[in-house]
Design a protein around this ligand. Structure first.
Ligand code: SF4
Length: 377
């Protein structure tokens, strides 16, 4: 569920959100309508994820109303993973305690950094002190499953500084860490400053080194590197919700710009609060467009998404589903020696190595898709 509001826009962010918080009441009315209109789409849900935007701009009472509408309209399994994204600046203890009472059982905190210079470069509205407080307060409020987001590759952040941030993170015992590389989007204020050469970004080699050092550091501290950007203290604490995207599991998206998938077709909502409200005001779903993937697109996505996860792709399952072999000869080194640096076979799964995860977005493209044999290009 996408809550499209933020108290202010971070200059690097290209997610859809607005700062006009006075529109929250009318947005919520439309969201409740969308929930009601979507009630027949799926039979049951075992995860709920409220993200954004900044869902923690909503009062606990708003979130309670949202959950009540969801519970009235959908079948939610008992023990479902119910996550809320929060901004450290909103993490006061009483608020977090109310969230725990409402039934949220997983918090994902947008810490991004423990360094005040980096936070100021990113234009975040919290500082290091609030970042530290938010994690401790989440545990104190009764959450057992607390995850944090961190960003590396921020100009001015060298490797010792980044590793120091990771050290601080693990000392607070989060159950889950998502570590993202800062990417510059051209249509953001940061993108425009970058174009004017106001600052330099780390080179590709430096990014690779950040990635490898992060993976080595967190694995040596007991975290499983289970997806390109994601680490968990055991697979039971991995994000069940996010794994659905990588496994092509159907999901329903609600709110402006949210995407949905029913196992065959994808559709997405208007990326505009006004359009969203207008459509629902007329009693229609706020769907902007949809697509149905061809068999070739399915194959490509299965490879692309599967190779983002440490588990990889189940080779017999792939050949059953697509009636073709992913590996010619069934052996990586026989097919291409260079590929062995990035890919390995474990128990019938084709998995990325740590170096493979570092280049996961390119792995699918270094596979030759017309024959589906491994060939580095
Ligand atoms: S708080 Fe999050 S969603 Fe909002 S502008 Fe910043 S990065 Fe984007």
């Amino acid at each position: 569920m996408h809550i499209p509001f933020c108290r202010r826009k971070c200059p690097y962010c290209s997610f859809f959100s607005e700062t006009s918080l006075d529109r929250i009441p009318i947005f919520l009315k439309s969201l409740y309508r969308e929930i009601e209109l979507s009630r027949s789409f799926f039979s049951a849900f075992d995860t709920i994820y409220i993200g954004g935007g900044t869902p923690s701009v909503l009062a606990a009472g708003h979130l309670e109303n949202i959950l009540n509408h969801v519970l009235r309209s959908f079948c939610i399994s008992s023990g479902a993973e119910i996550t809320l994204e929060i901004n450290p600046a909103d993490a006061c203890l009483d608020y977090l305690k109310s969230l725990a009472k409402l039934g949220f059982n997983r918090l994902n905190i947008g810490v991004q950094s423990f360094d005040d210079h980096a936070l100021s470069f990113l234009g975040r509205r919290h500082d290091r002190k609030q970042a530290l407080h938010s994690i401790n307060a989440a545990f104190e409020a009764g959450f057992d499953n607390v995850g944090i987001d961190l960003i590396y590759g921020i100009p001015g952040q060298d490797m010792p500084l980044w590793l120091d941030g990771l050290r601080q993170a693990v000392s607070l015992h989060p159950c889950h860490l998502s570590c993202y590389q800062l990417t510059i989007e051209s249509d953001t204020p940061l993108g425009r400053r970058y174009k004017e050469k106001a600052f330099a970004m780390p080179s590709e080699d430096e990014h690779y080194n950040f990635f490898m050092a992060t993976s080595e550091f967190l694995e040596s501290h007991g975290y499983i590197h289970y997806e390109v950007s994601n680490f968990a203290k055991g697979m039971a604490l991995s994000s069940l919700h996010n794994q659905k995207y990588w496994a092509h599991t159907p999901y329903l998206g609600l709110g402006p710009s949210a995407h949905s998938f029913d196992g065959g077709k994808r559709w997405w909502n208007y990326r505009s609060i006004s359009e969203y409200i207008k459509a629902l005001g007329k009693g229609s779903l706020p769907i902007e467009d949809s697509e149905t993937l061809t068999e070739e697109q399915w194959k490509l996505e299965t490879v692309f998404l599967g190779l983002r996860t440490a588990r990889g792709i189940h080779l017999p399952g792939f050949s059953r589903r697509y009636r073709c072999e992913l590996l010619s000869g069934g052996n990586i080194s026989k097919t291409n020696k260079k590929a062995a640096k990035f890919l390995e076979i474990k128990d019938d799964y084709l998995c990325p190595t740590r170096a493979g995860l570092a280049v996961a977005d390119g792995l699918a493209s270094i596979l030759c898709f017309n024959t589906f044999s491994l060939k580095l290009i």
